[in-house]
Ligand binder design. Structure first.
Ligand code: SAH
Length: 226
């Protein structure tokens, strides 16, 4: 890494601290993940700025502050099994992989997932399992094996009115889920805590702007979000 890139990285971490990201595990995970790997080549010089950037197919890489905020809110431990919905370019996934024991991630665009998997391979992030599926249905049973329930669930696309029930059902009792809820321009990041089999609490955390959570696996031709 050249000196300018190193300086930009340090500046980003300092900015996150000033904005209230105090969890040192989260800060060091952000510092360790080379964000320039995850953005298209033309945006590489903006990779260490605290902004969302386009990644193709109408999708975006989240702003580092939001990635850090969501990771911190979940209080992830290195014993946790985490489910992520909305892999996108895989940036949040990579940050999670430094915090959790294992990360399961679902993306509905096959092309995005394949690119993300190449990055995980290059960066030798070996505790990630990634699939193409509809994340609104939760993690599916694969070859007779269930991974649910999860200690933590993170959804990086916005649910229109409320979280899909399948995701609430896959939170372990005592576990947490963070998810943006609401329509364009009026989304709220909500933190769910599952208190028992049939009770959970909800806390409003932050006003945000995410691309929408869409049903089904994408056929790539008909449902570009622009
Ligand atoms: N986590 C990413 C942000 C991705 S943007 C990051 O670190 O930057 C949101 C992603 O959610 C998009 O790639 C979109 O295709 C995906 N998505 C939307 N609805 C989905 C669904 N039902 N299942 C899986 N992925 C979905």
């Amino acid at each position: 890494m050249n000196r300018q890139a190193a300086n930009k990285r340090i500046r980003l971490i300092m900015n996150l601290r000033m904005q209230g990201i105090t969890d040192t595990n989260v800060l060091s995970a952000i510092e360790r993940v080379p964000r320039d790997y995850f953005v298209p080549p033309y945006a590489a010089d903006q990779a260490w700025e605290d902004t969302a950037l386009p990644i193709g197919l109408g999708q975006t890489i989240s702003q580092p502050y939001i990635v850090a905020f969501m990771s911190q809110a979940l209080e992830i431990s290195d014993r946790d099994k985490v489910l992520e919905i909305g892999t996108g370019c895989g940036y949040q996934t990579a940050v999670l992989s430094h915090l959790a024991r294992r990360v399961y991630t679902i993306e509905r665009f096959k092309d995005l997932l394949e690119e993300a998997e190449k990055r995980f391979e290059e960066l030798r992030l070996r505790n990630i399992t990634a699939i193409v599926a509809d994340g609104m249905k939760g993690w599916p049973r694969i070859n007779g094996i269930d991974q649910a329930p999860f200690d933590k669930i993170i959804v990086t696309a916005a649910a229109r009115e409320k979280p899909p029930q399948a995701l609430i059902d896959q939170i372990r009792v005592g576990g947490k889920m963070i998810i943006p809820v609401g329509g364009m321009g009026e989304q709220m990041l909500k933190l769910y805590q599952r208190e028992s089999e049939d009770a959970y609490s909800v806390k409003d955390m932050l006003a945000v702007r995410f691309v929408p959570l869409l049903p089904d696996v994408s056929d790539e031709k008909n449902d570009m979000v622009v």
